[in-house]
Design a protein around this ligand. Structure first.
Ligand SMILES: Cc1cc2nc3c(=O)[nH]c(=O)nc-3n(C[C@H](O)[C@H](O)[C@H](O)COP(=O)(O)O)c2cc1C
Ligand SMILES: [Mn+2]
Length: 479
């Protein structure tokens, strides 16, 4: 059943047995470390973790980590059946994306987020238990599992993107938006005119909106409309009093403010999704400031947090699964036939190591799939390797992918490099002074198309013989 807001979603997650409540963990390192340790060491599915009784904060002021960190929670968020294999989910999600009809948000006059309102001197961003996530971080982060709302000053459309925000003092944040991100292009357009960027930042939003805001939804497509399309009913928004932009009326916390051009504060370092402090290592970086003018929050707010670190981390799985579906959808829309699967491996931070499987139909088909997977919008940002495999390889099965790579490719014949592609300060393979571009390897780990009539058979038991053996000797030989 569709949920109404984060609190309703949490009730359903608890019924699924996927919510762990922890009392007394400190905002300073303990919450982040618990999340990091659990997502790498606890048996799967790792539950969402709701921290309460956080030292220095009133009981009831909670922090939620690991929100969408399992198959069931990903599917629940999207209103899909809860039990899929990874590839089964990617296929089903692909169907949803293919048929999506964006639905604009419904504007309402009020919402639960208005329960508490602060202006001016009464604002204190550390009223919320913003975590100090990892040991080498440079500060406390209010915005990680957040959504940032901006408007394009030329074209008028609204973007909702997840960009991290570090608390600088009681009413200012430093915000890190990478080049090419939609909110960054909006900000650059305001700054080019010498004008401040109006911005809202919300935490504890409908998990589906958070999911949409952190994905590569196309340019000019508002993530409110996209999330509404995925849900089949509109998101609820109010018009922000200070900035005039739509803000989620059922969020836990909403901040309105502006980024004035030319004003920066030191931001970071912050442990990032690829598993490193890649931006400038141990050093903070000057980033534009957000001056906060108004804060609204629900009574006993839940601050949603996300703790990227060495993978697998809390959002590895859902980002791999959903980005795989997005890339697959784009390949089909670009006219690539017979794509049989896509998987963005968690070990690559769900971006750096992507595998596409195709049933080769013509010479050059595999290369076309690989190059487009590396450059379509969902795959273009900080990719590195795209491995193309045949249809008998499950791209999410890393052993089979490595088998195909080791046995069906020859480096000289099979690897092409595309230079000067869209990278990021988060690309750990580049020195801080050399960030910006990276290259891509397209690796054809398929059997060469020209051999198709003359394939070397795979040395494995046929399905028919396998069945006979299992019938005769019982499944106990494999279970
Ligand atoms: C937890 C989390 C934190 C993120 N932090 C940032 C960030 O600080 N800066 C950034 O540019 N992208 C960040 N991203 C990635 C963007 O949210 C993602 O690329 C999204 O597509 C951006 O929206 P846009 O396409 O509308 O720009 C983060 C994603 C997640 C899941
Ligand atoms: Mn966008």
């Amino acid at each position: 059943m569709a949920y109404r807001d984060l609190r309703d979603w949490l009730t359903q997650v608890e019924e699924l047995g996927e919510l762990k409540r922890i009392q007394g963990a400190h905002w300073n390192l303990e919450m982040g470390a618990i999340c990091d340790i659990m997502f790498r060491e606890a048996p799967k599915p790792v539950p969402a973790i709701l921290f309460d009784d956080i030292p220095d904060y009133p009981s009831g002021y909670r922090a939620l980590f690991g929100q969408i960190g399992s198959m069931k929670r990903t599917a629940l968020t999207l209103g899909m059946p809860l039990d899929y294999s990874p590839m089964g989910f990617v296929k089903a999600m692909g169907e949803r994306i293919k048929n999506i009809k964006p639905i604009p948000p419904q504007v309402v006059g009020e919402g639960p987020v208005m329960e508490n309102i602060r202006y001016g001197d009464d604002i204190d961003l550390l009223e919320f238990p913003a975590p100090f996530h990892h040991e080498l971080d440079g500060g406390r982060y209010l915005g990680t599992a957040c959504v940032c709302i901006t408007r394009d000053p030329d074209e008028g459309w609204v973007n909702v993107g997840t960009y991290r925000a570090m608390v600088h003092d009681k009413n200012t944040l430093g915000i890190h938006i990478n080049p090419g991100k939609h909110g960054r292009i909006h900000r650059d357009k305001y700054f080019e005119r010498g004008k401040p960027l109006p911005i809202a930042i919300a935490m504890g939003v409908d998990p589906l909106l958070w999911l949409a805001s952190s994905l590569e939804v196309p340019w000019e497509m508002c993530e409110y409309d996209y999330a509404g399309g995925l849900r089949g009913e509109p998101m609820k928004v109010m018009t922000g009093e200070v900035i005039g932009l739509p803000i989620p009326s059922n969020a836990e916390i909403v901040i309105e403010g502006e980024c004035p051009p030319g004003e920066t504060v030191l931001e970071g370092p912050f442990g990032e999704w690829a598993g490193y402090y890649a931006n400038r290592g141990k050093l903070p970086v000057p980033e534009p400031i957000v001056r906060v003018k108004k804060v609204m929050y629900r009574t006993n707010p839940i601050l949603t947090c996300s703790n990227p670190s060495r993978p697998p981390h809390e959002h590895s799985f859902h980002r791999s699964a959903i980005r795989s579906a997005l890339i697959w959808d784009e390949l089909e829309k670009l006219g690539v036939p017979d794509v049989r699967g896509v998987w963005c491996h968690e070990a690559g931070g769900s971006r750096l190591l992507n595998v596409v499987s195709v049933k080769q139909r013509y010479p050059g088909h595999a290369k076309q799939a690989g190059v487009l997977a590396a450059q379509c919008h969902s795959g273009a940002y900080v990719g590195r390797y795209v491995i193309v495999v045949d249809e008998d390889i499950d791209p999410s099965n890393i052993y089979d992918v490595l088998w195909a790579l080791a046995t069906r490719s020859d480096p000289e014949r099979s690897i092409d490099i595309i230079r000067r592609c869209w990278s990021s300060s988060a690309d750990p393979a580049f020195h801080p002074d050399q960030k910006g571009f990276n290259s891509r390897a397209i690796i054809e780990a398929c059997r060469p198309y020209e051999w198709m009539g003359d394939l070397m058979p795979v040395a494995e038991t046929s399905p028919q013989l396998r069945q006979k053996i299992l019938d005769k000797f019982g499944r106990s030989i494999i279970e």
